[in-house]
Design a protein. Structure first.
Length: 268
């Protein structure tokens, strides 16, 4: 089953509340999503995107804003956030380090979310296992794993709107590994465990909060992470990056993935 989940152009949605893993062919979702993305079904909802200034996070900001949500984009650097705000009038921005233990309280005080999406993370150090120091190997554990833990804990201890949804963006690497990325795959798998554990805690505490983990499959070379991955794996087999892109690129754009995430969230 895990090998099937690695099939190119597919995305894994793990829903701990229903204790199931759903496999989507993202190419076949295109027509359905195009029909729904122009609706305003997020009107009146607060959406917070951690890592919302670029890449998939920026696409999620654009998609939720288009659907009428009040959106807060959070990222470390102010400059790309200001560019984002100029591109999407009405989107609020907040510059901070989301891995800081005080970050969840600051974010929730700025905008209490109906939907919280954690998609920020570090670019892993690209090198064979034997060449990795532990600091390099653990880079993603100190970034997206820490953020996922902090914001999941905050969602369990802060009164959120009824039916609030927390989505942790994992990776297809969580299912099959990424041998040149150190602890990246393990970190992404741990995000899925965090969603599972957090959902168990929500049920134990009788909270109307839902936790999901989404693991997009395929490389997205238009993102910084995707570019680094393509270059590392191309170099390891003696290919140019452009050749590697031709063989491994997922055809779905980051914009369509951002839109499709909303479709997943609505359906599950």
């Amino acid at each position: 089953m895990f090998q099937l989940l690695l099939t190119k152009h597919r995305t894994v949605l793990y829903t701990p509340k229903e204790n199931r893993t759903v496999l989507y062919n993202i190419e076949k979702k295109e027509e359905c999503m195009d029909e729904t993305i122009n609706t305003q079904h997020l009107q009146g909802k607060n959406v917070v995107v951690i890592g919302g200034s670029k890449g998939v996070g920026r696409a999620i900001v654009a998609a939720t804003h288009a659907q009428g949500a009040q959106v807060l984009a959070v990222a470390r650097k102010a400059e790309p956030l200001n560019t984002l705000a100029a591109a999407f009038p009405g989107v609020r921005v907040l510059a901070l380090d989301a891995s800081d233990e005080r970050a969840p309280a600051t974010v929730f005080a700025t905008l209490l979310p109906d939907i919280l999406i954690v998609c920020a993370g570090a670019i892993p150090h690209a090198a064979p296992l034997v060449e990795q120091t532990f600091e390099q190997f653990s880079r993603n554990w100190n970034s997206e794993v820490k953020m996922s833990l902090l914001f999941s804990q905050a969602a369990l201890t802060t009164p959120l709107p009824s039916g609030a949804t927390i989505i942790l963006i994992s990776s297809g690497a969580a299912m099959g590994g990424s041998p040149l990325s150190g602890g990246y795959a393990g970190a992404k798998r741990t995000q899925m465990f965090i969603a599972h554990y957090a959902q168990q805690e929500a049920e134990r505490l009788h909270l109307d909060v839902r936790f999901l983990a989404l693991a997009p499959g395929g490389m997205m070379p238009e993102t910084d992470l995707g570019t680094a991955a393509v270059e590392a794996y191309a170099s390891s087999v003696g290919l140019s990056a452009c050749c590697k892109r031709g063989r491994r690129v997922c055809k779905s754009s980051q914009e369509s993935r951002g839109k499709r995430l909303l479709d997943f969230q609505e359906r599950h």
